[in-house]
Design a protein around this ligand. Sequence first.
Ligand SMILES: Cc1ncc(COP(=O)(O)O)c(C=O)c1O
Length: 471
Amino acid sequence: MNFNEKNIDLETIIRDEVNKYLNQDVSRLNATEQAPKELTQKYEKMPIPKVGRDIYEVLSELNNEVLTYLYRPNHKRAFSFIPGPASRLSWLGDILTTANNIHASNFKNATLPISIERNLINYLADKIGYEVKPSGGVFVSGGSMANLTAVVTARDRKVSLDKLTKTTVYLTSQTHHSGRKALHVAGFPSENIRIIDHNEDFTMNVSHLKETVEKDVKNGYIPALVISTAGTTNTGAVDDFNKIADICEAYNIWQHVDGAYGASHLLSTKGKSLFKGIERSDSVTWDAHKLLFQTYSCAMIIVKDKNNLINSYGEKAEYLDDITSDDDVIDPEMLGIELTRPARAVKLWLTLQVIGEDEFRKRIDYGQELAEYTKDYVESLDDFEIISQPSLSILSFRYYNDSFTDEENDHLNNLAAKKLADSGYGVAYTTTLNNKKVFRMCTINPETTESDIKETIDRLNRYILEEVKEK
Ligand SMILES: Cc1ncc(COP(=O)(O)O)c(C=O)c1O
């Protein structure tokens, strides 16, 4: 018995399939495509055969159906999500790590892949401004898992569990919803989650934070955690980490910075000046599958003092005794929730080693420049207004005509976003800011050109004007 059950010529098949994708120009395909209902039915109901089918038949279904109807994050006019485009080097790293089916729980199972993980955590911790010792961290599947890992760590460090009902946490309406999920999983009562006002630029209003913390303390609550953000999902807003740290340090509160999308801008030319005071935080979420151009999934939780991760996750088990490291090196499985985990750091290391930090800087800078270009172009059009200024590489804007009601204007923006997606040319979905429907564009793909942006906005404008004419 072996794994090549049907004497399939996998060598040829793998080579052909990889070649096919290497030669594919994603941006010539539709930026997003919805599967027809009958195919959804087909795959939801497809029985598992008692005797296997011909591989070419199954691959044909995969390529022509399953992998056809997708949102394509690598498409140069896919502007709507910050889980971003991936470098082919990352894909290569994925192939090689998956091909070796690496079990990256403990050093003894994957010594050098884990050395690489430590190397990168140290490198990025240094960019944040944490001391390499005692900072530390672990690669996780995404920003949501990183936020959960941090929230539990903060809870264990700051709260005694019998006081959880008297413990308060602070965030804004702009905090990514994975923060609220994490608080729920960690057992924080929802009535103890304080939603702090945001300023006009969508950053946390620190005066309101201070007042709220003071009021809570007066009322016998124990403030434990502030979730600030380095680049909010909606607008790219960056909180004032120094002012938040002043409050956190005064009241013994953990500051977690959600930098899932934004932290990569630490590698840009503006770098640290965009995130003053971030080094005073206790932990940072950083997603490499956003602006470090990695395939999903690849993210990190980085903490100022890794002993806090060990405190939360450093469980021992007798069946791991033979592979558990001595005290001077900490196995990744002791720093986070996962035991069996892929060696996610390897693909990021491969990409960084091959293209170097300068090229990353150029690519991230370029995204910021494209956001500025987008703003200038939107401002040149009639009846369009910028709602959030370019921040990092995100901005939002909307069509607004004062002869229409708010609902009618919202409808026009929604309709144009839908038509653009349906056309396959590009994707610029809406979000809601200050109760208005707005287009949100994340200009993070190094392959996007100014003319891609211009034509995308022109098409949105055209869809709206066609609808207006019909009214
Ligand atoms: C600021 C922020 N935090 C967390 C997340 C969640 O990350 P993931 O989708 O990798 O779980 C996102 C996703 O866009 C985000 O923008």
